[in-house]
Design a protein around this ligand. Structure first.
Ligand code: ADP
Ligand code: MG
Length: 334
């Protein structure tokens, strides 16, 4: 069916991270979704990890951009540049153009979906197909999505948290809320500014979250704190402060509460049969946010349903898009 050299590629174009999967090879690339450009010439200066280090540290001549916001394309040109770079890096410049499947959050508009397909084509895809991210995440987490049984997945990314129940190959109920990693980082920045009068950067906030963050305020009382550096708002000078684990837990508890509301609402919308299946099989957490300490326990407590973190939470969506490549002929005919 395919001409020699045609390759199928799955892409997780996330707000925080982009991953590329090549059929037959597996995951070949994991990089932050960040691009640094020269502000005068518009030339791309760095992409991925190197560009992420520049965030918040650029001189006037360079700007570091996260082209995806809230799970969708916010800066089309930069998204194309990033995809082109990553496809080149993953596949090399020779060979036939690849067919690509890309994950998009559930509930994106037709225009947003179109933009993703166009961006992939302009970046060098022979053709592109989209797959709903929670579905891809469920496939990647190994849930029995094609069977007549209800599965539930919660994908906590940088821009959105996507919640879905799935049965017989389709999404039964879903929610996509703009409450995820970025909102958690912002909440930490705000909290530190208000409590300590110190301004910390986004990257520092993210590091605090990963190092000492907890979804459970009570449990955080027994966790170790750490230090953070920022700018003292009173003196205007750099300052190092001690941050307690309970500070971070306190800062982020409202975002966690919203995620729990979305999960409960999604459960309420399913049929009793699917709700019963979910009680039996539990809820599976994917995405980077699934790694937040005590998140699984807090969700289990609030929903009275067992909760599991997927084995490789950051890889679930791209593995799912990779699996979807096996049925790309079906997608092509749609
Ligand atoms: P996206 O699909 O939107 O690109 P990812 O699934 O790659 O997002 O997850 C990235 C998000 O997960 C970021 O907001 C990051 O800060 C967060 N994250 C990564 N590791 C952890 C951790 N250990 N604890 C809490 N959040 C984490
Ligand atoms: Mg994601």
């Amino acid at each position: 069916m395919f001409s020699f050299g045609t390759r199928n590629v799955g892409i997780d174009l996330g707000t925080a991270n982009t991953l590329v999967y090549i059929e037959g090879k597996g995951i070949v690339l994991r990089e932050p979704s960040v691009v640094a450009r020269n502000t005068k010439t518009n030339e791309v200066v760095a992409v991925g990890t190197a560009a992420k280090e520049m965030l918040g540290r650029t001189p006037g001549s360079i700007t570091a951009i996260r082209p995806m916001r809230d799970g969708v394309i916010a800066d089309y040109e930069t998204t194309v540049a990033m995809l082109k770079y990553y496809l080149g890096k993953a596949l090399g410049t020779r060979g036939a153009k690849p067919y690509v499947t890309i994950g998009v959050p559930s509930g994106v508009t037709a225009v947003e979906r179109r933009a993703v397909i166009d961006a992939a084509r302009v970046a060098g895809a022979r053709d592109a197909y989209v797959i709903e991210e929670p579905f891809a995440a469920a496939v990647g987490a190994g849930l029995p999505v094609m069977e007549p049984t209800g599965s539930m997945v919660v994908d906590l990314g940088g821009g959105t948290t996507d919640v879905a129940t799935i049965s017989l190959g389709g999404i039964v109920s879903s929610r996509s809320i703009r409450m995820a990693g970025d909102k958690i980082d912002e909440a930490i920045m705000t909290y530190v500014r208000q409590k300590y009068s110190v301004l910390i950067g986004e990257q520092t906030a993210e590091r605090l979250k990963m190092a000492i963050g907890s979804a459970d305020v009570e449990a955080s009382e027994d966790m170790e704190g750490t230090t953070a550096r920022g700018r003292d708002l009173v003196t205007g000078l750099p300052k190092t402060i001690e941050i307690k684990a309970s500070d971070v837990a306190d800062a982020i508890k409202d975002v966690i509460a919203e995620v729990i509301v979305a999960i409960k609402e999604t459960l309420e919308e399913t049929s009793p049969e699917i709700a019963a299946d979910v009680i039996d099989r539990g809820i599976v957490l994917t995405g980077g946010g699934a790694q937040l300490a005590h998140l699984d326990e807090v969700i289990a407590e609030a929903t009275k349903v067992p909760v599991f973190v997927a084995p490789e939470p950051l890889d679930a969506v791209v593995i799912g898009t990779g699996e979807a490549l096996k049925s790309i002929d079906v997608l092509k005919n749609n």
